[in-house]
Design a protein around this ligand. Structure first.
Ligand SMILES: [Mg+2]
Length: 334
């Protein structure tokens, strides 16, 4: 049934029904004017928000509706992971055309609810608007952290090592492949990359364990690209950095994509890509503990550079020479 047949309140009733099980600390969930949660234990509240716009973050067919919901949750969860915070409650907003079928909206919402559930978090409310143009969805994610224990971008110091989780560049490469090949051919030729794009992994458990172990001086999540996000961390920390491309693990999936796209694989590893991984500044004495904790959590982890004095600037080192620092994704850059 279309949204303009069901009406706003009919649609909302269906979405509320499908919002998933509530956490015990939710006093009043979706359906009233506001949600009520009981916050105890003197923790710090940590909040983030992210939106996906059709044509900008996804195109028709790239993601099944439930995968779209899951990826939106992943974008927000990744921000909380970069703060070493635990996701708890979420608010969702949808901007959908009148002709949209409620089944599609319910499928998106089931992806959102399941992905939140996997984090131990709950949808506590939302909003539904009609749009004439592009569809969009936006999530606000609230979480918690022990007092004063959040990671910030601003804590890195010269001498710290730079660690990164996962395989940076894969998401950006997948978007390039989808744009070039279309979804069907991308799915048949680069299925593993596309599968990873559709189901990003959470780094919350690793981040929480790492924060408890101490040793991380600054963190940012990988949502604009490795060079760009590391640049954000250096801006906030007033530091320089040396990123050694030779220390990034060879990535066969990325190499196959690079060969097809006519780009160097290490170029893909550092350029615009929303991988939802972590970039960490780690004190030199903690790097080994960090690596073994990552291994215990099944999280790929590599030391890829070091923080330097601001005056040393940003240096990219590869097998041949030093290179220019690339730009990452910027919504408003020309
Ligand atoms: Mg972020």
């Amino acid at each position: 049934m279309r949204l303009d047949e069901l009406g706003e309140f009919g649609a909302l009733a269906r979405l509320i029904r499908d919002a998933g099980a509530l956490r015990d600390d939710v006093i009043l969930g979706p359906g009233d004017d506001a949600a009520v949660m009981r916050f105890t234990g003197g923790e710090d509240l940590v909040v983030t928000t992210d939106a996906f716009i059709e044509g900008r973050h996804w195109r028709e067919g790239w993601l099944a509706p439930a995968e779209l919901g899951r990826r939106l949750v992943a974008a927000n969860v990744s921000d909380l992971a970069a703060m070493a915070a635990e996701p708890r409650w979420a608010l969702i907003q949808y901007g959908m055309p009148r002709a949209c079928d409620i089944a599609e909206l319910e499928a998106i919402q089931s992806g959102v609810a399941r992905a939140l559930e996997a984090e131990g978090a709950t949808l506590v409310g939302g909003n539904l608007s009609s749009v004439e143009g592009a569809r969009w969805l936006s999530l606000t994610l609230l979480g918690a952290c022990s007092p004063g224990l959040v990671w910030k971008r601003s804590g890195a110091r010269p001498g710290d090592l730079v660690g990164v989780t996962g395989s940076p560049g894969r998401a950006g490469a997948t978007v390039r492949l989808l744009e070039r090949l279309g979804v069907d051919e991308c799915a048949s030729r680069f299925s593993l990359l596309l599968d990873g794009f559709r189901a990003p992994e959470s780094r919350v458990a690793f981040a929480r364990a790492l924060a408890a172990a101490d040793g991380v001086s600054a963190a940012v999540d990988l949502s604009d690209g490795l060079a760009a996000d590391l640049g954000h961390l250096c801006d906030a920390s007033q530091c320089g950095v040396e990123l050694d491309l030779r220390s990034l693990a060879p990535d066969a999936r990325l190499e196959a994509a690079a060969a097809f796209l006519g780009i160097r694989a290490d170029e893909l590893q550092i350029s615009a890509s929303d991988d939802y991984e972590l970039v960490l500044a780690v004190s030199p004495g903690s790097a080994d503990a960090c690596a073994s904790l990552a291994a215990r959590h099944g999280v790929p982890f590599a030391i890829v550079g070091r923080i330097t004095e601001k005056s040393a600037g940003r240096v990219l080192v590869d097998a041949n020479d030093a290179r220019d620092w690339p730009a990452g994704f910027d919504h408003f850059a020309r």
